[in-house]
Design a protein. Sequence first.
Length: 230
Amino acid sequence: MNRAQLDKQPDDVASMFDDVASRYDLTNDVLTFGLARTWRRTVAHSVAAGPGERVLDLAAGTGTSSMTFTHHGAEVVAGDISQGMLSEGRRRHPKIDFIYADAMDLPFSDASFDVVTISFGIRNVNDVDTALAEMLRVLKPGGRLIICEFSTPTFDPFSLVYKEYLMRALPAVAKAVSSNPEAYVYLAESIRAWPDQDEFAQQILGAGFDQVKHRNLTGGIVAVHHALKP
């Protein structure tokens, strides 16, 4: 089975997600004890996509999150680098526009979206600074950036239990439900290597965004980052 390494070469990442596409959402529900659905609702509320707005959902996977942004009349473009995910998304959600979109080289014009959002995908990008610059480029002035990503628990004893789950229990559970358990070994490693909330917020600020803030979910296991294009 294919799995990415922490150098996050795009072809490796895409191939890994190709392998897990068909059971991706089921596996996420099992591994997060259903919390993934709560996190998606929070992201949808944060995106607050309204009628006539254009939303770019990057690392959209099968389009589970993308669908929530259409409920109030927004136009949604779902982008991903995994052809397996794109195919699965098109099959499940034929009314959404699924497009191959590398976050480091977006195939869209400047200032073409009101919102750019990415959930649990920025961590898998080879060059995060380049990706943030591309997101800034395609946003309209005043446009919103919403990034949901695994982060660092804020309560130390809980953090120790969480890290133990990541490195031991998560790969074991993945063997029972995932079509590519090795992908979830990478998942655990990449979460542990990801910067904490404040460090990543500074990275977003350094990319040129304004009014950068974040909200912790589930004790900091996940953080939702908000920013505006000046």
